[in-house]
Design a protein around this ligand. Sequence first.
Ligand SMILES: *Cc1c(COP(=O)(O)O)cnc(C)c1O
Length: 243
Amino acid sequence: MSLEVDMNDLIVPEHLRNNLDLIRKRVEKSARKVNRDPSEIKLITVTKYADIETIGHLPRLGLFDLGENKVQELVKKAGVLPKSVTWHMIGHMQTNKIRKGLPFFDYMHSLDSLHLAEALESEAGRINKYLNVFIQLNVSGEESKYGIKPEELFSFYGKLKDYPRLKIIGLMTMALEKDNPEESRPVFRKLRECRDELRAKLPEETRNDFCHLSMGMTQDYDIAIEEGATFIRIGTALFKEVA
Ligand SMILES: *Cc1c(COP(=O)(O)O)cnc(C)c1O
């Protein structure tokens, strides 16, 4: 038995370990069900419901990809977590928050307008940074939601070639909250079809980059994995204290 016990490992709350265990098992099960390799699915831990102390445990659990939907929160949390953490901006972003936020995140899951792309490109150039970007699609067609319409995706993607600091790596969507997560399946399936359709039209160099699907949250990530998710964004399932 090792005498060198890291005291910090001992204080990681039990429920975080247990929840993570359950999530990993469910990821594995869903992937196997459709003959996918579970290691191609990246878990993004969404920290919006968690306090700083709790988030501080995440690297000790091997969780280094964290996401926030609000810039101010991301900046605040990034400031106190180790630099080994990769931050993902997953919510709608206003251009006036870019200067403050961009130094802190490497992935943007929610590109939803050309105006935003232009502003990100300009600031990325100024601070000499490259950004991994998902185009957010509004698949469910709800008025209130952000995102590009599927029928506009091809022309939108085409215009992004003017922004070389944005590396477009895939598509993101949010399904509506449903009592039965099965109802989200058509949304996820449609996102996959949109990716495949666009991908087939791309030249080889860009086709290899444009391969990811960011979809699936606590309520529906198993369905999203069955439909091809490569990035899942999970908050509640990890942080909840009761099973
Ligand atoms: C909050 C949030 C999530 C995670 O939601 P949970 O249901 O807590 O897992 C995922 N994606 C986005 C864009 C979010 O805002």
